[in-house]
Ligand binder design. Structure first.
Ligand code: ZN
Length: 197
């Protein structure tokens, strides 16, 4: 049920768009505009069957990302809140504002995709666990530790908030394999931006 007017549809920008390389500015106050923007981000993320979306990917360089890993059943996530093992579903859907992400322990290599790189998947090495501190949509501080897919997804989105893309962290083998498609995507995005001008 919702009494809020349906938010305007957001378009996901692709690799080659300059906003993807911008560091997000901190959000100091949760305004109705921010709340509506987060709702529109979820709508765009679910429409594209994504598990995470950063503000940069819909054209705003802000420190705001939305996630929901509940749809993925073959790649487990772990969550610890106040030191207790918790069902990750308990914090989904998840909005992270001005997140601070501290990696914990060993790294792991796994495949990643990104809504700004449609149909392209590559192996990325990242810390397997992370400690997160962020502000939620109510303006409250949330803190937790996570592992598995959730830790990977949050680190991927947090990178976006700092203008870093998964291709920057991709294994050399994956990046070499994807090089022709990456160049093609980048060129197509730039060409589309130029015709819009
Ligand atoms: Zn991404």
């Amino acid at each position: 049920m919702s009494t809020v007017a349906s938010p305007t549809k957001l378009e996901v920008v692709k690799y080659g768009h300059p906003v993807l390389r911008q560091k997000g500015v901190r959000i100091e106050k949760i305004t109705p505009e921010i709340e509506q923007f987060a709702a529109a981000m979820f709508e765009a993320m679910y429409a594209h069957h994504g598990i995470g979306l950063a503000a940069q990917q819909v054209g705003r360089a802000w420190q705001l990302t939305v996630l929901d890993v509940r749809g993925v059943t073959d790649r487990p996530s772990t969550l610890q809140v106040d030191g207790k093992e918790t069902d990750p579903a308990a914090i989904m859907p998840l909005v992270l504002i001005n997140p601070e992400v501290k990696p914990i322990g060993e790294t792991a290599v796994a495949a990643e995709g990104c809504l700004s790189f449609p149909e392209l998947y590559g192996d990325v090495e990242r810390p397997a666990q992370a400690r997160i501190r962020a502000t939620d949509l109510k303006g409250q501080t949330i803190e937790f530790s996570c592992g598995g897919l959730l830790a990977r997804a949050i680190q991927h989105e947090n990178d976006h908030l700092n203008g870093i893309l998964f291709i920057d962290r991709m294994t050399r083998a994956s990046k070499t394999e994807l090089k022709p498609q990456l160049e093609e995507l980048q060129a197509a995005t730039k060409a589309a931006l130029n015709t819009k001008k």
